[in-house]
Design a protein. Sequence first.
Length: 136
Amino acid sequence: MHKTVLAFGTFDGLHDGHRSMLSQARSLADRLVVAVPPDINVMQRKGHFPNHIAQIRQLLVQAEDIADEVVYADKLIGKWKVLDRVKPDIVAIGYDQIEMERSLRKFIKENNLGINIVVLDAYKPSELHNSLLKTK
């Protein structure tokens, strides 16, 4: 059976922490799909717009040549329509995506979707978290 893994991330300037996350997600997958949120979604979650618009963030992830597909996540937080589009077996999320994990677990349980969630390991979080970096 082929496993489809869906990974979420803002990817507002790629760094080695993102690359580690993508690598970990890839190791779980036969098919890796990465969902990049629209700018308004980032604003709603983080309280500010990303440094790079969604199209640039999508291109940055595609340029890493690790994902089979890079899609846009939902405009509305908590709707999880991307799950319907991608139909993942596993959702891989970053160690710091605590609210997303909570919301996602609740949605999966309420809708009896049978999707596993894997929280990926941190890679030098005291150095490489986007909140600590000025991304280019």
